[in-house]
Each structure stands twice: as structure tokens, then as C-alpha cells.
Design a protein around this ligand. Sequence first.
Ligand code: SF4
Length: 368
Amino acid sequence: MPRDAPPSEEALARSLLRWYARKRRDLPWRRTRDAYAIWVSETMLQQTRSKTVVPYYDRFMRELPTVHALAEAPEERVLALWSGLGYYRRARMLRAAARRVVASHGGRLPEEVPLLRQLEGVGDYTAGAIASIAFGRRAALVDGNVARVLSRLYAIGDDPRSARGSERLWELARRLVAAVDGNPGDWNQALMELGATVCTPGVPVCSDCPVKTHCRALATGAVADFPKRVTRAAQATVRRVAVVLASSSQVLLARRRKEALFGGLWEPPSAKGGLARLADRLGIDAASLRRSGEVVHVLTHRRMHVEVARGALPRRGHWAVPGSEYDAIEPVALGELGSEPQRRAYSTLTRKVLIVANVAAGGLRLKR
Ligand code: SF4
């Protein structure tokens, strides 16, 4: 291919769709055209790998198989089913949107992107996925995988995270999905599948790529240069202390306020600042605590360092919430942590904290 020739889009689409028909992974949400199921899976798949999502998706669909079931479920129940998947705002939004679908759309998801976009938590990507995969609409989508594949195929010189880069990618994705001779849902999924399995972030397997003859980055020997990356500011570091008060049968957990980071999730009480201050808020003697270790947990915009201290759980009828980040606190039976179905929602950070404190947390259903 000449250096600056654009890929032949007809041939590109044919090759990619043929490859997808043969090689696509058998994932549970690919066995259905149910718009609700596709919506749930696409929401879970944001920022999370398919392999991680499968058991969560299966459990969620078993427990809340319809949009009505989700709309009627208590928020705590939905968060518990989401425990360990991270980005819990997605779960809250999903439930809020389900309520709207029931109240305003008779329980049926809208088929068009503009109406889908009006639902809580449904952005351009999710709307495009639902419209194209569930309803066969010629709607485009761009996620991290699609951005990487298109950036390399077309040697796009802008960072996909920049406004200009994102605009160019969406424009290209719209043009391609409008032109492709085939099912738009399959086309979108084929692009994502290529990004997930062949055109991967580190070193792509170009030798196995069904569209290698169309790839401009490969033709110019510059695969490693795409997608373009403009260096971002360093992640903020957040330091906290966590106190794990446990007996042989119970551990003290507090629930984070809805508005806080990890809102609605249960965890051992923690705070910014020193251990003495947190111990004071809990009404215990800091000298009775033993340092267990440190947990490092990386989120999109921050890196959390949590110093973990452990102590014995005193018998007490009432606990005061330790600070404004919490709205409830109580001792929880250790057996409940691994119970199925899970009653409360916990984050992966909580699991790490409990493991460092040597409290049996193996049963907690959380992503590693
Ligand atoms: Fe990606 Fe390589 Fe295929 Fe180009 S040839 S699309 S870089 S896997």
C-alpha cells in the first residue's frame, strides 16, 4: 500500500467482518439481542475486561433479569451485585435509568441514540452500542479498543484523549459504520474484538491481523507510535489510615455516604490524617492498635496509599460514625463477607485492607 493511501474501506470491512464471524469469543451477552442484557453488559464493560465481567454479568442477569426487576431493586442490592467491579456510579446510574425506562418508555429501551442519551449514565459509547447491537441501527461507537485500532489503521496523529483526537475518531467511526456492507452491531463489535485480542495496547499481533494489508501504521513501520500519547499530569497521591477492629467472628465496617468516593460501600473505617485522630473518633485507644501494613490502590485519577492498623473489636452497643464520609457503622459477621448472594457492597480496596489486616476476606467476591 502506498504510504499515504487511505485503507480501502469496502475491503477492510469485508476482511474484518469475515474474521469476526470466525474468531469472535463466545461471551454470554453475544448470545442475546435483548436490549436490556446488552445495556447491562456494555455498562459493566466500561473500564473492565470481558473476562472479569462474565461472572458479574451472569449473576446480575440471574438476579435482575429484566428492566422492571432492576427498577424495583433496592440500591443496596444493586451495589452488592456490583461489588468488586469498581466505578460504582455506573451501578447507581443504571438503576436510575431503569426506573426512567419503566416510567417514561413503558419498560422498553428506546432504539435511537438521542433518546438513549437522555438516560442516566448512557453516554455516546453506550448509546451507540445499544442502538447498533440490539437494534441494528447504523450508530457509531468509540471505546478504548476502537480508538486504538482506528488510530493505527489510519495513523491518526492526535491523542484519542484530546478533544480533537476524539472528534476525529468519532467522525471516522460514523463514516465507517454508515458505509459498511453488513450488520452495524457486528461491525462495531468486530472493531472492539480486534482491539481486545489482536491490536492490543502493548505489542499488537500484526502477523495475525485480518486487516494488516490496510494498516497505515504497519505500512510505515510506526505501529509503536500509535495511538499518540500526550504526557498527562502525574496522578495525585492520597494517603489514608484504616482501622480494622475484629474479633474471631465480627469486623467493624462503616458505610460511605452516597456523595463520597465509593459511595454506599462498606469498609473498615478510614480517614485522611493520623491514626490517633481516627482512633479518637472511634473512641478507642490508639496504643491498642498494631500496624499491619500498607495497601496501594490505583484509581483513574489518584493513587491511594492506605496504612492499615488492626485491633480487637470491643463489645459495644452503639458506634458513632467516624466522620462526615460515613452514614452508618456496625459490626458485621465475618461469615457474611463471603455469603451468596452478597448482602452488602464492598470495594476491591476493602478486600485488600482486610487481607493485609489478616481478617478472613477470601470469600469476598471482589475483582483482584
Ligand atoms: Fe493493529 Fe497491527 Fe492490525 Fe495495524 S496491522 S490494525 S497495528 S494489529
